[in-house]
Design a protein around this ligand. Structure first.
Ligand code: ADP
Length: 190
């Protein structure tokens, strides 16, 4: 059976968002990107946006309680009842534990954590290229380095969390976009 409650895990620039977008077209479930939601909050200058802004601009993780609140609200929406692709949440062990609780309250569980495996040098190059194309304010060399450090120290431990939960699938994230999609679909039984 195809997994429909998914989490895309991987370092910044690994292609989580790109792959989540391709997958949602195939599965018909929403993508939940906390990065996109936080950027919208910053753009509209909402209370969440005002709390998140300085962290994002520095390449630091936004405090857990802020992000958990955003994710909790989003996951309770009716369009998530039949599945979702989480992209960029959880990013800390505390967030992963909160997610387990949120899903338990909603009467479901994560079916698959797709960990994209990509070499760090390739990532920095990719992010710098994206910086030129998209002009994202957190895509400069210094914040990219900070985001990598945040990933290594706070997010990478989630790989073990999901391995222990028995839902981890590791996918080689290097190569053509379509080929990586194929690997992911195979790994989740799509
Ligand atoms: P990327 O994975 O390319 O770094 P995202 O768009 O997922 O970018 O996230 C951009 C920024 O938004 C992060 O650097 C962080 O400041 C904030 N953010 C997004 N999701 C989370 C989260 N789950 N926890 C804490 N901060 C987050």
């Amino acid at each position: 059976m195809t997994a429909r409650r998914l989490l895309m895990l991987g370092p910044p620039g690994a292609g989580k968002g790109t792959q989540a977008l391709r997958l949602l077209k195939k599965l018909g479930v929403p993508q939940i990107s906390t990065g996109d939601m936080l950027r919208e909050a910053v753009a509209s200058d909402s209370p969440v946006g005002r709390e998140a802004r300085s962290y994002m601009e520095a390449g630091k993780l936004v405090p857990d309680e802020v992000v958990i609140g955003v994710a909790r609200e989003r996951l309770a929406q009716p369009d998530c009842a039949d599945g979702f692709i989480l992209d960029g949440f959880p990013r800390t062990v505390a967030q992963a534990e909160a997610l387990d609780e949120i899903l338990e309250e909603l009467g479901c569980a994560l079916e698959s954590c797709v960990a994209l495996d990509v070499d760090e040098d390739a990532l920095v190059e990719r992010l710098l290229r994206r910086a030129q194309i998209e002009g994202r304010s957190d895509d400069n060399e210094e914040t990219i380095r900070t985001r990598m450090q945040e990933y290594r120290s706070k997010t990478a431990p989630l790989i073990d969390h999901y391995r222990r939960a028995g839902v981890l699938v590791e996918v080689d994230g290097l190569g053509e976009i379509a080929e990586i999609s194929r690997r992911i679909e195979e790994a989740i039984g799509a």
